[in-house]
Design a protein around this ligand. Structure first.
Ligand code: HEM
Length: 106
């Protein structure tokens, strides 16, 4: 379903902005039609999906808030897909992280 052009426009293209519809509120519960359902759908849907989403947002927000992320010299980020046992990135992702000194502390 994730690769079906009847469901997704240009399914093979990396377009995160496709989820920025309806003021950024994308239905992942399957209530408005089943299109993407990372937490399942219907009666047996994950009962903790809001907790899961909150936890992910909190984790990512903290990683961005506390660290600067840059690619090491000579390791450019390339999102092109490469087929191995699974689909991997063209260049394995490497990141140099350092503590942010410019963040506002409260
Ligand atoms: C990002 C995090 C999570 C993802 C992607 C996820 C995804 C899923 C999926 C796909 C199902 C199966 C739904 C179905 O059978 O249709 C499920 C079920 C379930 N999840 Fe999660 N889940 C997450 C986090 C959590 C957390 C944090 C908890 C508990 C604190 C939890 C508790 C459960 C339970 C109890 C079920 C079984 C529901 C049932 O069979 O009635 N999940 N989850």
């Amino acid at each position: 379903m994730g690769l079906d052009p009847k469901v997704w426009e240009d399914p093979m293209e990396f377009k995160p902005e496709r989820f920025l519809v309806n003021n950024g509120v994308f239905d992942i519960t399957g209530r408005k039609g089943i299109k993407m359902m990372p937490f399942g759908a219907g009666k047996r849907m994950c009962p903790a999906y809001t907790l899961g989403l909150l936890h992910l947002e909190y984790s990512v927000a903290n990683l961005i808030w506390y660290f600067n992320w840059t690619p090491p010299d000579g390791h450019d980020v390339d999102l092109t897909e490469k087929a191995e046992f699974t689909i991997v990135m063209m260049n394995p992702l490497q990141a140099k992280i350092s503590a942010r000194t410019d963040k506002i502390t409260t």
